[in-house]
Design a protein around this ligand. Structure first.
Ligand code: C2E
Ligand code: CA
Ligand code: CA
Length: 762
């Protein structure tokens, strides 16, 4: 077949492909996309020019073809310059391309076109190709100039690409070198054509291919090596060790950290799988998994997070996997430390309350068949210890006790510090032995400078029942048991039982109902007469009674101890004093010459200024202070005797008669009596009556009476139940008497009834 035809067809196809490339590249709006599109379009005219020359059989058409070719070539170079500038911009050399070059190219194009009139650039000469006429170009001076400019421009483009290739970072070199190679190849190709003066310009094929290649490299080609490099750079610089494996588990790459971790070279990591397995004691395998592992021990302990990930190709075919090993030691140690701090008491190192409760719940639940007990170990008078001996001493006690208790507990028990001086313990029932615990507690002492200081420790115990209340309730039950220990030394352990439960419910009930009971006057005074040696009623003691709507008649022992504990006793007493004043006021009005004794609880002194309150009351009810006698138990003297002496003196100075109640029941001594500013001594027969030796009791009472007489204190015996007692005491010199022999405490109206004849007699 005719070669002219074949080449024409090839050129046509090339032009079509270039057009398509240009359209496609133009869709990429970025500067490079547009530059490629324009260059590919610019490549069409030279090829088209050649096509025209090839196809024509007339001199004129051939001339047109040559014009299109040459001017098109200038246009191509013009766009090549633009493309080079943009493509090589990254390397910094793109901008080096001289801008003036485009004016030369333009001037050259004009010069070539002038050939139409001047014929200075080229002409055509007829020859025979494939047996038909063919017009070959004959160069003149203009054509030489054109060639020179083209060569200069082309060489400059090559130079820029050359500089970019040699000077750019290694990873970009490929990008430039491919285009540089093509530029050189086409340059040589075209030069050959010029030198050989062949009629058909074969290099046009190279030119077309160049356009396509540029399109491909600029728009579609993703430099994988570049990507590789960047990725491995990213990974290499990370702090994690990374190992890459083939699907069959061969390690093909690892980064610096990876080499360091197992001691291999970067280019030889064949042993990595075995070394890693040895280090972490885990089998390396494909799949997506993550595990935490520990290496070393003691101070050199290290924690690692191993993350394995499979990698698939575009079709999701498994193509390998990689293992990332992250050193999480710091994080783990911090977590551990934080965890420890959150769950342990800083001073004693025992569990905190919250953590202990959690552990107990878990323990009890996971051992449903084991019987457990909850213990609260309490340091008695913890606050007092703090006040007297200071915080350092108390800290010392706490740490010592914590260690001491821990030493005595088995691993099946849990212990924590649940409050100031309280430790909480969960202990299996079969390990709890009351005698042993008591012994352990009484053996505990703090080694001080001089002598061992005995610390009083007591235990509230609760046996966990099957219905398993929540831990907070368990502890509050143990605490309730603890609160029942009142005597300081004898009892060490108290158990929560049904009695305590009932008591607690009862306490709650009366506490809740108290205010209303006072308002409704369900709480009221009963009066017990006090008589003199003649048997005349001279006064009465006001004793509280609660006539409860549901529970009926309640004696003081049913509610006073509770109210003394929670301080509400002050409310009852204030109310009782007021009642007494009301009665005295009424008696005054009726002309009754009687006194009333009221009780003052030791707790009252904490809650109010008792003398002031009582003074205000007698003023309010307009009664003589001497008519209201106040009974203070001798135990109040124990706590703060100075303060009590002041108060008693203040009361006496206010005109009140102060009575010492229950004399002989507490720790008072006869010796103390001489210092006590009291007017009346109430000796309780109940304390003496129990004595086996009545003779001895008599002697004691006789002496107390004698002593008080000498001290100018009136003696009053209470609990007089028989005529014999009355006569005996009377003989001993006792002035006043109170007891069932005369009357039980009775309602006010009954009392008034009782004294009515006396009133009438007056
Ligand atoms: P107390 O002040 O020593 O009151 C005397 C108690 O002995 C009264 O008991 C009285 O009923 C009882 N008693 C009187 N004569 C005899 C007798 O011959 N034989 C026997 N076996 N007992 C006799 P009560 O009324 O049950 O009061 C008990 C305690 O409750 C009182 O002891 C007092 O400490 C306290 N109390 C009573 N009322 C009040 C009050 O209004 N305020 C305060 N703070 N305590 C009160
Ligand atoms: Ca009394
Ligand atoms: Ca008494």
């Amino acid at each position: 077949m005719e070669s002219r035809l074949i080449y024409s067809a090839v050129f046509m196809i090339l032009m079509l492909v270039l057009l398509l490339c240009a359209i496609n590249a133009g869709r990429h709006y970025k500067a490079l996309g547009m530059a490629v599109a324009r260059l590919d379009l610019a490549l069409i005219p030279p090829i088209l020019g050649n096509c025209i020359v090839l196809a024509s059989k007339s001199a004129t058409v051939s001339m047109v073809g040559y014009y299109v070719f040459y001017v098109g070539m200038n246009y191509t170079l013009f766009e090549l310059m633009r493309f080079t500038r943009i493509y090589c911009n990254q390397s910094g050399y793109g901008k080096k391309l001289p801008k003036w070059l485009k004016y030369f190219l333009l001037a050259d194009a004009v010069q070539l076109l002038l050939n139409i009139v001047t014929h200075h650039a080229f002409s055509v000469e007829k020859m025979i190709l494939d047996g038909t006429d063919y017009y070959m170009m004959v160069p003149h001076i203009g054509q030489i100039i054109h060639r020179f400019i083209v060569i200069v421009a082309y060489s400059l483009a090559i130079l820029i690409f050359f500089l970019a290739t040699t000077h750019a970072s290694k990873i970009y070199r490929e990008r430039y070198s491919i285009i540089l190679t093509f530029l050189v190849v086409i340059g040589i190709w075209e030069s050959f054509h010029l030198v050989l003066r062949e009629p058909i310009d074969h290099s046009m094929i190279g030119l077309g291919a160049f356009g396509i290649i540029i399109y491909y490299f600029s728009i579609h080609y993703r430099p994988l090596r570049l990507l590789d490099r960047i990725l491995s750079g990213v990974i290499s610089n990370g702090s994690d060790a990374i190992y890459i494996f083939t699907p069959r588990g061969r390690c093909i790459w690892t980064n610096k950290e990876g080499c360091y971790l197992i001691g291999v070279q970067e280019d030889n990591c064949d042993n990595a799988p075995e070394l890693l397995e040895y280090l972490f004691g885990t089998k390396l395998r494909r799949g997506n998994w993550s595990e935490k592992h520990m290496t070393g021990g003691g101070d050199s302990i290290k924690y690692y997070l191993l993350e394995n990930k499979e990698v698939g190709d575009a079709e999701n075919m498994f193509s390998g996997y990689y293992l990332r090993v992250r050193d999480i030691t710091e994080e783990q140690l911090r977590l551990k430390r934080e965890m420890y701090e959150a769950t342990h008491d800083t001073l004693t190192g025992l569990y905190t309350k919250d953590h202990l409760y959690k552990l107990i719940l878990a323990e009890v639940r996971s051992h449903p068949s084991t019987g457990f007990m909850i213990l609260i170990v309490n340091i008695r008078n913890f606050r007092v210890l703090n006040d007297i001996f200071g915080a350092d001493f108390v800290d010392n006690v706490l740490t010592n006790l914590a260690g001491y208790l821990t030493d005595h507990l088995s691993r099946r028990s849990s212990i924590g510090r649940i409050g100031g001086g309280d430790f909480g313990i969960l202990i299996p029932k079969d390990e709890f032995n009351e005698h042993k615990v008591e012994k352990i507690l009484s053996d505990f002492a703090i080694r001080g400078d001089a002598a061992d200081y005995p610390i009083q420790i007591q235990v509230g115990a609760y046996e966990i029942t099957r219905d398993e209340p929540d831990v907070v309730t368990m502890f509050s039950r143990a605490r309730l048991a603890l609160s029942t220990i009142t005597d300081e030394y004898a009892k060490k352990i108290a158990y929560y039982d049904d009695k305590i439960r009932q008591e607690i419910l009862w306490n709650q009930e009366i506490t809740a109902e108290l205010t209303e009971a006072i308002e409704h006057r369900d709480i009221r005074p009963y009066l017990q007469p006090i008589v003199d040696r003649n048997g005349t009623v001279v006064g009465a003691e006001a004793l509280v009674r609660w006539i409860h709507p549901q529970h009926g008649f309640l004696a003081p022992f049913k509610f006073i101890p509770t109210l003394e504990k929670n301080g509400l006793i002050a409310e009852v007493d204030k109310y009782m004093w007021r009642c007494a004043c009301e009665i005295l006021n009424e008696w005054k009005r009726r002309g009754l010459d009687l006194f009333l004794s009221v009780n003052i609880s030791p707790k009252d002194f904490y809650f109010m200024d008792v003398p002031k309150y009582i003074k205000d009351l007698v003023k309010e009810y307009d009664i003589e202070p001497g008519r209201l006698r106040v009974e203070i138990t001798e135990t109040v003297m124990m706590n703060d005797s100075d303060k009590m002496l002041r108060i008693m003196n203040e009361l006496r100075e206010g005109g009140f008669i102060v009575e010492m109640d229950d004399f002989g029941s507490g720790y008072s001594s006869l010796n103390m009596l001489k210092d006590m500013p009291v007017d009346v001594l109430k000796i309780d027969m109940k304390f003496l009556g129990k004595s086996d030796n009545e003779q001895r009791a008599d002697t004691i009472v006789k002496n107390i009476i004698n002593l008080s007489k000498e001290l100018g204190i009136t003696s009053l015996t209470e609990g007089v139940e028989t005529l014999l007692q009355y006569n005996g005491l009377s003989d001993m010199g006792c002035k006043l008497f109170q007891g069932y022999y005369f009357s039980k405490p009775i309602p006010v109206e009954d009392f008034e009834q009782l004294i009515e004849p006396d009133v009438k007699a007056m």
